[in-house]
Design a binder for this molecule. Structure first.
Ligand code: GLN
Length: 426
């Protein structure tokens, strides 16, 4: 799908943020300090299982804190809400990811900060699990989400353990309140193991899209989580996933998200898609600078903000039919990015044997700017391939769309009725 207009658009997003070299690569873990700060990648997977990538999408890096929502989901799957909630609350802390704090009931504030994640990690694979068994159960679950076998980088885990004073102090605090039972060092190693699973940007987009898809991995079709677990996990991501930057994030981007100190960032848009970016330089909250900017651009331009007033066109293609020598493509509903992706995909799968295409947008309620651009781009390519493209847009929904600086030939009501009459007689 590399020549797709969506891929082109993702490349444009990367170009918009590429020159921003602000922020610093995390250096408190030796191996992370070695990362190439210029790496930049983006991947997007729709719930229908189409993945689009741009930039450095096959570079492997450690998942770090992006494992937290998935391990939280695994704990909910294995233990259920009551047990998990008794151990960890779901309130935003507004504090840094490694802060030493507990709520009034002596629980970690949420599973996205380290205190909460160390606690949740202890719930995995039964009370008697050894550290390697727990690490393997988590690696296996993350692999199911990615749709391929992921590697656990034990060397990285031990190098982080060597300088893990802060996480050790968290573990001692948790033990002193009886929240965790393992020895502090074992608990931290176990948690750091989950941070050391190696992923690519593409893997992360697939993992995120599984949450967005209610727990079914959209490429393999495997059910990994229940919809309720996904809903809860995304809710906690939206309020706590960006640590002390969470409020700003939900206001400007409006997509449940989770960042990791290796530079990964995921976003999940329920019922629509999963997005991932990779860029190692971080801001003061420990979130990827260019990743945040890419998400801001995507959300604004593609109308992805969860609080956006328009609905999503779940069935944007009303019909695609060919009669005589004309293919009629009728669209409907509110057309945002997800709807446009469906349209482009259906066009790419359609066998265009006719010599003309009429786009009928009378049933379209709204269309955002990027979707209009992607559609325009696709129509232009079809016209260049020899198809005579025309448009039925009596209410000017597409605002006088041009192809190659020429207005598209507009079909008037009479001609439109004439074509439809032919349809009826088939
Ligand atoms: N392993 C890292 C830590 O515990 C993960 C932190 C993160 O990605 N925000 O410090």
């Amino acid at each position: 799908m590399n020549s797709s207009p969506v891929t082109k658009y993702l490349n444009q997003i990367l170009d918009t943020v590429r020159d921003d070299d602000s922020g610093e690569v995390a250096d408190y873990i030796e191996e992370l300090a070695q990362a190439d700060p210029d790496k930049l990648g983006i991947a997007l997977t729709t719930v229908s299982g189409h993945t689009y990538t741009a930039g450095d999408c096959t570079t492997e890096f450690s998942i770090q804190s992006i494992a937290k929502p998935f391990v939280y989901a695994l704990a909910l799957r294995e233990r259920g809400w009551d047990v998990v909630h008794r151990a960890v609350s779901i309130e935003p802390s507004g504090e840094r990811y490694n802060s030493l704090s507990l709520d009034s009931e002596n629980r970690p504030m949420n599973p996205m900060i380290n205190a909460g994640a160390i606690t949740v990690n202890q719930l995995i694979n039964g009370d008697d699990s050894s550290v390697p068994e727990r690490a393997e159960a988590i690696r296996q679950m993350l692999s199911d989400l990615a749709g391929r076998e992921l590697r656990l980088n034990t060397e990285l885990a031990y190098s982080e353990l060597a300088g893990a004073d802060r996480n050790l102090s968290l573990a001692y605090m948790l033990r002193s309140y009886g929240i965790i039972q393992d020895e502090a060092r074992a608990a931290v190693l176990s948690y750091i193991m989950q941070c050391s699973v190696m992923v690519t940007t593409r893997d992360l987009a697939l993992m995120a899209s599984t949450l967005a898809n209610g727990g079914i991995q959209p490429e393999t079709g495997k059910r990994i989580l229940d919809p309720e677990v996904c809903r809860l996990t995304m809710a906690v991501m939206s309020s706590c996933g960006m640590y002390d930057g969470a409020g700003h994030w939900i206001a400007t981007v409006g997509i449940p998200a989770k960042s990791g100190v290796a530079g990964g960032l995921i976003g999940t848009l329920p019922g629509q898609l999963g997005i991932a970016t990779f860029s190692p330089r971080l801001d003061r909250s420990g979130n990827s600078v260019r990743g945040i900017r890419a998400f801001q651009e995507l959300s604004r331009q593609m109308g992805l903000h969860l609080m956006a007033p328009h609905r999503v066109g779940a069935n944007a293609v009303r019909a695609i039919e060919t009669v005589d020598d004309t293919t009629i493509l009728s669209l409907q509903d509110h057309i945002n990015f997800s709807a446009t992706e469906q349209i482009l995909y259906q066009i790419s799968q359609h066998d265009f044997s006719a010599s003309s295409l009429m786009l009928d947008v009378t049933m379209v309620m709204s269309i955002d700017k990027i979707s209009r651009g992607l559609l325009q781009n696709t129509l232009l390519r079809m016209q260049n391939a020899g198809l005579a493209v025309s448009l039925y847009d009596p209410d000017n929904r597409l605002r006088g769309m041009m192809l190659d600086d020429q207005p598209i030939r507009q079909v008037d009501t009479e001609e439109h009725a004439e074509i439809l009459k032919d349809f009826g007689s088939q």
